[in-house]
Write a protein that binds this ligand. Structure first.
Ligand SMILES: CC(C)(COP(=O)(O)OP(=O)(O)OC[C@H]1O[C@@H](n2cnc3c(N)ncnc32)[C@H](O)[C@@H]1OP(=O)(O)O)[C@@H](O)C(=O)NCCC(=O)NCCS
Length: 229
């Protein structure tokens, strides 16, 4: 049993929690993390649906990872707009992520309820500093596959937070029994992100030209994918 099956939660994880003792759950939650920059400090589960993990970062701060809930919607919208102003690598810039609070709340609720959606937030000192989303398909033929998006506030780049988020996604996908393929798109000049994805086994599968148009210039995107078996 791998620990992230717990973050995978939903029906499978509920069953797993119900059948196991507190000791077994904590033993698994404290299993060593594969990310080289961080170590898992604590594995805490808040209720039968949710697991939080905590990591000691190399700068001495404690990183908390947990699945987002409806109540996080407002902070997530604020975060996304701030983040969008810090990088050109997303499909939108600052102020261009025009999602209403109500729609964001519905989206997060749906992520919690759905077995092939995942939205994780990364927090330091209770403040949101990173996130990862994965949305699987909504038709039977594409339930097993979906697209990943991951961001970390610039101030916290290089501390291994992106790695923790991607690793958590992969472990969740492996324990989901539904997800068989993770896809993403990345700009060819986004070296940091490409290195991160390749380290976790994502491979380049194709190129889409002219995907972004910024300040009079077109940018391509590389399709990358990871098969989950
Ligand atoms: C991509 C992103 C999520 C990575 O987050 P992070 O917390 O910095 O990631 P990590 O610290 O876990 O790992 C970053 C990797 O990039 C490497 N790296 C750092 N600077 C680099 C550079 N200039 N060129 C290449 N690799 C670099 C790091 O060494 C590390 O690899 P390693 O662990 O094998 O040494 C973050 O930079 C980000 O949010 N970028 C803006 C949004 C974005 O581009 N999202 C992805 C869209 S596809």
């Amino acid at each position: 049993m791998i620990f992230s099956g717990m973050l995978g939660m939903k029906v499978f994880a509920n069953r797993w929690f119900i059948q196991r003792s507190d000791k077994e759950i904590n033993d698994v939650a404290q299993k060593k993390c594969l990310c080289k920059h961080v170590s898992v400090a604590v594995g805490v589960f808040e209720d039968l649906n949710m697991v939080s993990k905590k990591y000691d970062l190399k700068n001495g701060q404690v990183l908390a990872i947990r699945e987002a809930q409806k109540k996080d919607a407002s902070e997530i919208l604020e975060y996304v707009n701030k983040m969008a102003g810090e990088t050109d690598y997303l499909t939108f810039g600052q102020g261009e992520f025009n999602v209403s609070l109500e729609d964001e709340e519905k989206f997060l609720e749906n992520c919690v309820e759905s077995s092939n959606h995942l939205f994780i937030v990364a927090e330091i000192g209770g403040t949101l500093i990173g996130n990862l989303s994965f949305k699987g398909g909504d038709k039977p033929k594409v339930l097993h596959t979906g697209e990943v998006g991951v961001t970390v506030l610039k101030k916290y780049w290089g501390l291994g937070i992106g790695s923790v988020l991607v690793e958590t996604l992969i472990e969740w996908a492996k324990s989901s029994w539904t997800i068989k393929k993770l896809n993403l798109r990345v700009r060819p000049d986004n070296d940091r992100a490409i290195r991160l994805y390749e380290r976790f086994g994502f491979v380049r599968e194709g190129l889409i030209t002219r995907e972004h148009f910024i300040d009079g210039k077109f940018y391509d995107s590389i399709f990358m994918g990871l098969q989950i078996d």
